[in-house]
Design a protein around this ligand. Structure first.
Ligand code: VG1
Ligand code: CO
Length: 559
């Protein structure tokens, strides 16, 4: 077969955000749009492109299968020697990271807009991961973006008919050179790895015990990519009842839902758990890297606490006995609950900007074992992505090891370390002008020293502003600097308000407002987080004039 060169013109705005390029599906399906971005992604590999191997997967959303075939043909035309793809183009983000590392490919492409809805009238996305299995750093995505502004042609092999629907190897000769397409089982390699990491026998005993010794587990895959993984790993291997694996068939539009595991979009799981029949509940996002953990009666585990609890209980997971524990990290808006565990255990602790790409260097340098984000992301250095199912298995391991309920584990944790109350307000699809104005005003406020020392009072509680800044991060490994990562207002008691604009939305602006506060007084640990944080939330809304500038009286989602 011969490759051909196809003429094209640049599209505006092909700039990857917090995690890949995300746009309306209707933008991606325009003639040449996907091809342009893929060509620039391949071209950005430079000398490494010719003869390299790449992994390819996706979360099963609308257009994923078509895009997979396009990408295979473009890889073949660009001198890539091998593409490893999950059957039907299906592979979760963490499984793809696992495959890149296991088969030592030179990188990988994931077709997903993650927690954004899917379908012709929703979103599509493309993420690029490098050879370490992690999201490409800004230096790479900036380079890709630069190329998209001048692209004039791309390469493909129009005669090629790759079959992604059956496991096996297909060989082609393109421009006289061999090209291999290897279609693999989407779950197998990931499952084998999970078996090395966790004590499956202990989890199985917990899930298949009898009477009170049996843990009733409910998992909701939100019609995302995790369904087949839950089926094979939890049901087939670990003995979870098949009827407790809910929404396990990946659908191109996620059944019309918003595949984001939080209290609003996974309300059906919350409702089911509130009935008190199940002891443990989990939900996952579209591409399987996020998780939400619930205990009996819908007891909510905040992702910030989840990270801290896992950090405090790593001895329940065999993997960490083998590797040792190197250090912990969290994204800046994530509460400092895990920092307290780090202090107690004498571990190095890192605070990075929002986005998983910032953890990779620290892991590669052997300084980081466990990390997480408040946005329902938890993971470790077993791969270079956050890992939803891994987090659920970590929690099941802890429940098995401690022989306590989820709620007891949390209460015990707060008793020992104190409680970091946390909430996040999301205002989705806000008018861009109002959101920008709010950030401009906040940036002016933080550069005005006269605000320091001012007192703010709401609902009878007063807070004194002690420090303000816009978070900036210097990567300790490669020295790269990331600026403007979020406006922070820090009060004299350590309470924080953080504002930033989302980098994953596809329409208008999404404002994220994070509020957190530490409480050492045990008599307050069981109070409701929303009640506890109400004064600070009101202060945040009034300082930022969010309601006035955006016209929004209420957030879209509260976590
Ligand atoms: C959001 C989260 C961030 C996460 C990112 C990708 O980014 O806040 O913590 O890493 O999504 O998650 P933003 O810029 O919208 O706040 V995923 O599961 O959508 O790849
Ligand atoms: Co995701």
């Amino acid at each position: 077969m011969q490759s051909v060169v196809i003429a094209t013109k640049p599209f505006e705005g092909q700039k990857p955000g917090t995690s890949g390029l995300r746009k309306a599906t209707k933008i991606f399906i325009q003639e040449h749009y996907t091809e342009n971005f893929v060509q620039c992604t391949l071209s950005a590999m430079g000398d490494k492109l010719n003869g390299c191997s790449l992994a390819l997967g996706g979360d099963g959303r609308f257009y994923g299968d078509e895009a997979s075939v396009k990408i295979i043909k473009m890889c073949a035309a660009n001198g890539v020697s091998k593409v490893i793809i999950g059957k039907d183009g299906i592979m979760s983000t963490p499984a793809l990271s696992c495959v890149i590392r296991k088969f030592k490919t030179d990188g990988g492409i994931i077709l997903t807009a993650s927690h954004n809805p899917g379908g012709l009238n929703a979103d599509f996305g493309i993420k690029f991961n490098t050879a370490n299995g992690g999201p490409a750093p800004a230096s790479v995505t900036d380079h890709i973006f630069e190329l998209t502004s001048t692209i004039s042609e791309y390469r493909s092999v129009p005669d090629m008919k790759p079959d992604i629907s059956s496991v096996g190897t297909q060989s082609f000769t393109v421009d006289g050179k061999p090209f291999t397409l290897q279609v693999i089982d989407s779950v197998q390699d990931y499952m084998e790895y999970m078996k090395e990491i966790f004590d499956f026998a202990a989890i199985k005993a917990l899930l298949s015990g009898s009477g009170a010794a049996k843990l009733e587990v409910l998992m909701n895959s939100m019609h995302g990519v995790v369904g087949p993984y839950v089926q094979r790993i939890l049901v087939d291997e670990l003995g979870m009842s098949p009827s407790n694996a809910v929404n396990c068939v990946p659908l191109p539009d996620f059944g019309g839902g918003h595949p984001d595991p939080n209290l609003t979009y996974a309300a059906d799981l919350v409702k089911e758990m509130e009935k008190g029949v199940h002891d443990f509940g989990a939900a996952f996002d579209g591409d399987g890297d996020r998780n939400m953990i619930l205990g009996k009666n819908g007891f909510f585990v905040s992702p910030c606490d989840s990270l801290a609890v896992i950090a405090a209980n790593l001895d329940a997971i065999p993997y960490f006995k083998k590797t040792g524990i190197k250090g912990f990290a969290r994204s800046m808006p994530t509460s400092a609950a895990v920092d307290r565990v780090a202090v107690e255990k004498g571990m190095e602790m890192f605070e990075v900007p929002t986005g998983w790409k910032f953890f990779g260097n620290l892991m590669d340098a052997g300084r980081l074992s466990l990390c997480g984000e408040e946005s329902f992301g938890t993971g470790s250095d077993h791969i270079r992505e956050k890992d939803g199912l891994w987090a659920a298995l970590a929690w099941l391991s802890i429940v098995a090891h401690r022989k306590m309920t989820v709620e007891q584990i949390l209460k015990d944790h707060w008793h020992k370390y104190g409680r970091n109350f946390f909430t996040r307000y999301d205002y989705e699809n806000v008018d861009m002008k109002g959101a920008d104005q709010m950030m401009v005003d906040l940036n002016a406020l933080i550069s005005d020293p006269s605000y320091i020392g001012r007192q703010y009072t709401q609902c009878g509680k007063s807070f004194t502003l002690a420090k303000t800044d816009n978070f900036e991060y210097t990567d300790p490994i490669d020295g790269s600097v990331s600026k403007n990562q979020g406006v922070r207002l820090i009060f004299s008691d350590g309470s924080r308000i953080v504002f930033r604009l989302s980098g994953t939305g596809s329409a208008g602006a999404t404002i994220r407002m994070y509020v957190d506060s530490y409480e050492s007084d045990e008599s307050k640990h069981l109070l409701d987080a929303q009640d506890m944080l109400k004064p600070l939330v009101e202060i945040a809304l009034s300082i930022s004039k969010l309601r006035e500038l955006t016209g929004r009286q209420k957030p879209t989602v509260i976590t």
